[in-house]
Design a protein around this ligand. Structure first.
Ligand code: F6P
Length: 309
């Protein structure tokens, strides 16, 4: 997010526009926590995880009263247009607020889950993947030393993008995905076949949205059948949400921030920027919010199975 904030500020200033930073997202618009931003306000943040503008989920913004209060503050701050960085909750709020008060808004897709429409990649996804494979590599060291079976639970809500991508990059023996119905029996088969192929240690990636109910439960069920395995569970949790952004994320966020400002200058509104292949594109928010793109790459699912040999 910080790389995107920096790009928005510097592109706007470059075009002779003033920039106001709003802390805590929509909550900050209601609480009027705003400040003027300069080029120095965004110095030395591109390498930082998290967001210097802080963030918050704001229930009050879901009410007309809340949005009206927000708009009064936005107006008195002299703000003509908004760039909103976030996930589908942010998109929904932007679409409604912009229509209600006729204020131009452009969104930037940002979530580690990579579950937003209108883009192949969301900001934060690549960094989260790198964090997960770093953890898998460390767990692999101890799994191999002890001939152990590890279940590693990763974030992603209902999306298996992190689990699949990091599972392949981490050389996992099996990957449980929310988009797939892998029964415990099927998983046990996979593990027994791996053992037949003389695999003495194994790592299973479990997406938090997997229908079997998470790594602890999966490990318990597997252990009931495969008692001879010394099974361990690691839930990676919020360390997937922090850390210095990857080079890919910094460049993607910079391109998206730059484009968001130029879209506003060209009169666009109620769109989200995104990337398709290597092209930065825009998609109407209504469209991005209406249809659910299946992001899971089926080829990768097949490749993951073959790579577990
Ligand atoms: O959407 C990002 C995400 O990290 C999900 O992967 C995870 O399920 C959720 O947010 C966790 O939310 P919270 O930080 O509120 O616990």
């Amino acid at each position: 997010m910080n790389a995107a904030i920096r790009a928005v500020v510097r592109t706007a200033l470059y075009n002779g526009k003033n920039v106001t930073g709003i802390y805590h997202g929509y909550q900050g618009m209601i609480d009027n926590t705003m400040f003027d931003m300069s080029s120095r306000s965004v110095s030395s943040i591109i390498q930082k995880g998290g967001t210097v503008l802080k963030t918050a989920r704001c229930l009050e913004f879901r009410t007309k009263e809340g949005r009206t209060k927000a708009f009064e503050n936005v107006q008195s701050a002299g703000i003509d247009a908004l760039v909103a960085i976030g996930g589908d909750g942010t998109f929904t709020g932007a679409e409604i607020f912009s229509r209600e008060f006729d204020i131009p808004v452009v969104c930037i897709p940002c979530t580690i889950d990579n579950d937003l429409n209108g883009t192949d990649l969301t900001i934060g996804y690549d960094t989260a993947n790198n964090t997960v494979i770093e953890a898998i590599d460390k767990i692999r060291d101890t799994a191999a030393s002890h001939n152990r079976l590890f279940f590693v639970e990763v974030m992603g809500r209902d999306s298996g993008c992190i689990a699949l991508n990091a599972g392949i990059a981490g050389g996992a023996e099996a990957i449980l995905l929310p988009e797939k119905d892998t029964a415990i029996e099927e998983l046990i088969d996979m593990l027994e076949h791996a053992a037949d192929r003389d695999k003495s240690s194994m790592v299973v990636i479990v997406a938090e949205g997997d229908k079997n109910g998470g790594a602890n439960h999966v490990a318990k069920c597997v252990h009931e059948k495969l008692r001879h395995y010394d099974a361990k569970v690691s839930i990676l949790g919020h360390l997937q949400r922090g850390g210095a952004p990857s080079s890919a994320d910094r460049v993607l966020a910079t391109r998206m921030g730059y484009t968001a400002v130029n879209e506003l200058l060209e009169g666009s509104t109620r769109v989200t920027v995104g990337i398709r292949g290597s092209e930065i594109v825009t998609t109407p928010l209504k469209e991005a919010l209406s249809k659910k793109e299946l992001k899971l790459n089926e080829d990768l699912v097949e490749i993951a199975k073959i790579m577990a040999l």
